[in-house]
Design a protein. Structure first.
Length: 407
């Protein structure tokens, strides 16, 4: 096939536009609005042109793989958070005040999976071309900010609750449903404030043009709003979480190192604890014996408490680490894009960081499953309950089994 070279010339007197083709081809002349246009077409290629809407096979495979990946993330997030909610609702020992925060966190993560991710997946599959209109874009971006902000702020609330539980001995006594409820209401209120500010008018001037002309749906790129939103949603919560975790780590380490009787094993304490009433010597030295026994029991309790606190701090550290890895890249890029759009030109990289942040809602239930024995046992019960025979279920209903109330 000969290479075609096109020459474009304009006749300014009569407005005739002509195209000259230096290959063996025919001329097709048409007139439109008193303007003559010369078209050169190669007769040999006329019947061999591909349809304009054809999709390359490689692109089709990429779309299918992307759809499968995003669907897997969405379904995994939904399933994991539903199991967290079901475990707390079904198991009484999980219905604690601290787990009220976990329950509310699971609701926020479930909202991310059900309300935000599906539309985001459709947007990615459509090669980031928004086809749902400006009103739907505002609703979706506000819902995105609402759910993700609520998820992040719940991690802050859980860190605050854990911090007071570890550092203040009396915290468990005055921690009430009202206090925990106030924390949950505060988290959702701040999330609503941050997310609905653009709907109330805090938008950049190019917001509608970006949707209608560029077919791109982004949250408000107003510099003031982006600074406010990113600080309230991520940077301040990150600082609070890191400070609280560091304090928890210091307190737990100090308790472990300075705990009295650190060298005495709990197993060695049991015979001594049971020896109080065996001989008459206990009655002669009752006060001293009782004091020694109480001290040994207290040491055993301290040992168990230290192990639990250390494990809780480790779990909190893992949750915090996952949170930082998932959300830090996105919020750095989001702030840079608002301050100087020329710094962020790769839309695909922005999408990867956004979905990495969404994945935090997927990983939270997995963290509870792996690192929390109570949740792990509750999940095992939920899975095994479906496989138990009918006779065992009926015996549980008659109160003959205590499997639902003991661990």
């Amino acid at each position: 096939m000969k290479e075609q070279i096109m020459i474009f010339s304009v006749a300014s007197n009569d407005g005739i536009h002509s195209y000259e083709n230096w290959t063996n081809s025919s001329l097709f002349i048409s007139k439109y609005n008193n303007t003559s246009t010369l078209f050169n077409e190669n007769d040999n290629r006329r019947n061999h042109l591909e349809p304009p809407l054809s999709v390359p096979e490689s692109d089709l495979i990429s779309v299918i793989c992307l759809s499968i990946l995003l669907s897997f993330i969405i379904l995994t997030t939904i399933a994991g958070n539903i199991f967290v909610l079901a475990a707390i609702l079904r198991e009484r020992n999980l219905q604690t005040l601290s787990n009220y925060l976990v329950f509310s966190l699971a609701i926020a993560d479930l909202m991310v999976a059900c309300l935000v991710m599906p539309i985001g997946a459709q947007y990615e599959v459509m090669n980031q071309e928004w086809i749902l209109g400006s009103a739907m874009c505002e609703i979706w971006t506000s819902g995105d900010v609402l759910c993700c902000t609520a998820s992040i702020l719940h991690l802050v609330a859980i860190a605050v609750d854990r911090y007071y539980a570890v550092t203040n001995i009396n915290y468990v006594q005055y921690r009430s449903p009202k206090r925990v409820g106030f924390m949950i209401v505060t988290v959702w209120s701040v999330s609503f404030l941050v997310s609905f500010a653009p709907i109330l008018g805090w938008k950049d001037e190019e917001f509608l043009l970006r949707i209608q002309i560029e077919k791109r749906c982004l949250v408000s790129q107003d510099v003031g709003y982006q600074i406010f939103a990113t600080c309230a949603t991520f940077y301040l919560p990150l600082m609070v979480i890191l400070i609280l975790y560091w304090r928890i780590y210091q307190v737990v380490r100090k308790r472990i190192r300075h705990r009295p009787g650190n060298a005495i094993r709990p197993a060695a304490l049991l015979p001594l604890v049971c020896a109080e009433n065996i001989t008459d010597m206990a009655s002669l030295n009752g006060s001293a014996k009782t004091s020694a026994t109480s001290n040994l029991r207290q040491k055993s309790r301290d040992h168990l408490e230290s192990k639990r606190e250390k494990k809780a701090a480790k779990t909190l550290a893992i949750i915090t680490g996952v949170f930082v890895v998932c959300w830090l890249p996105f919020f750095v890029m989001a702030l840079l894009m608002a301050l100087n759009p020329t710094l962020v030109t790769d839309a695909r990289l922005f999408s990867i960081f956004l979905w990495l942040g969404y994945a935090n809602s997927t990983l939270n239930p997995l963290i509870y499953t792996v690192f929390s024995p109570d949740f792990r046992k509750a999940f095992s019960k939920l899975f095994c309950r479906k496989r138990q025979p009918v006779r065992m279920r009926s015996s549980r209903l008659r109160g003959m089994s205590t499997a639902d109330t003991t661990f």
